[in-house]
Write a protein that binds this ligand. Structure first.
Ligand code: HEC
Ligand code: HEC
Length: 280
């Protein structure tokens, strides 16, 4: 170890010449600065890539536990329904039943027809304009469906059924309460089977599927999805059908028809009599 040793006191450059110490110091300073910058960049890249690896995983976790719609639905629920249906949908004694397992179909029916949120405790939840937008109803449905499951909404054309079969099924299953042309009628204890005139296809379907209040549930074993579509086709067709005889007059029946003729006819006669009397 006699000749040029790079670690010796007198450093030499590649050509063996001794190097200028000041230049070396400057260079090593530069090298240190470069190392610092490189270190900083490396840590930035590392945090960046760590973030990009971890963040989507977190987002994915969120969607599996609660979607945005469910979260929004939970908020609506906590604002408008929790007092009667409980913190975890388990129901509240003397206020409201459990919603576990009722499914999005029941939520759709109850909220879309304006029955829920109930304002007062009554014999029967009144049918009134809904206070929620369609999007909010979807969110409430998502929340209830995700926390208990139950009957879901049907899809496709809900009138895609046999008209004659629908009429037969309607007379067998619905007419006893809702009357032959779906006008509705009074039931015992202040309850009422409402008119089906203003109901939508989806309300009809979900009413059959969930059986609100005194109405029986027509599950898919009692009325298959095809049979439900036939019933809907029948109800919605009858609503717009020409009347079988005489004037419609809201389809309140032949007695009322006679009454209308009586009142209008007598009215006209009286008018004529008074008119002639005033001329004389
Ligand atoms: C003031 C109390 C009250 C409030 C508030 C209320 N409910 Fe109800 N809810 C009831 C009662 C009582 C019933 C059962 C009687 C009935 O069906 O008319 C019921 C029934 C229901 C049903 C039918 C359950 C079944 O068995 O199919 C659904 C679904 C429902 N409520 C959803 C809601 C939603 C969603 C809200 C909030 C937007 C809400 N309710 C707010 C009292 C309430
Ligand atoms: C035992 C009597 C009974 C039978 C049978 C019955 N319903 Fe009902 N139905 C009711 C009652 C009571 C209500 C009101 C429930 C409420 O207000 O919560 C109702 C409500 C409805 C509604 C909601 C109407 C609205 O106000 O928007 C529809 C739709 C409906 N029924 C359709 C049917 C169809 C279709 C059938 C036959 C497959 C049927 N129902 C059979 C008693 C009955």
């Amino acid at each position: 170890m006699s000749t040029t040793n790079p670690q010796s006191d007198a450093p030499t450059d590649a050509t063996g010449r001794p190097v200028d110490r000041a230049r070396v110091r400057r260079r090593s300073k530069q090298r240190r600065r470069i190392a610092n910058v490189a270190g900083l960049m490396a840590s930035l890249v590392l945090t960046g890539s760590l973030y990009s690896v971890l963040a989507p995983a977190q987002a994915a976790d969120d969607t599996t536990s609660e979607s945005a719609a469910e979260a929004a639905g939970r908020e609506l629920y906590e604002r408008s329904c929790i007092t009667c249906h409980g913190e975890n949908l388990e129901g509240e004694v003397n206020r409201g039943p459990s919603l576990i397992g009722v499914g999005e179909a029941s939520v759709y029916f109850q909220v879309h027809t304006g029955r829920m949120p109930l304002v007062r405790q009554e014999a029967q939840a009144p049918d009134k304009p809904t206070i929620f937008s369609d999007e909010e109803i979807d969110q409430l449905m998502a929340y209830v469906q995700a926390n208990g499951g139950g009957p879901t909404l049907p899809s496709g054309n809900l009138r895609d059924g046999d008209l004659a079969e629908g009429g037969e099924l309607f007379r067998l299953n619905c007419a006893s309460c809702h009357n032959f042309v779906g006008e509705g009628g009074a039931l015992s204890s202040g309850k009422l089977a409402p008119s089906l005139k203003d109901t939508t296809d989806l309300e009809l379907y979900t009413a059959m599927l969930t059986g609100p209040e005194n109405m029986p549930v027509f599950g898919d074993n009692q009325l298959t999805p095809e049979e439900k579509r036939s019933v809907i086709n029948y109800i919605q067709t009858v609503k717009f059908q020409a009347d079988p005889g005489g004037a419609g007059i809201g389809r309140i029946g032949p007695v009322a028809e006679g009454l209308v003729i009586w009142v209008v006819g007598i009215g006209a006669l009286m008018f004529g009599i008074f008119w002639m009397g005033s001329k004389a």
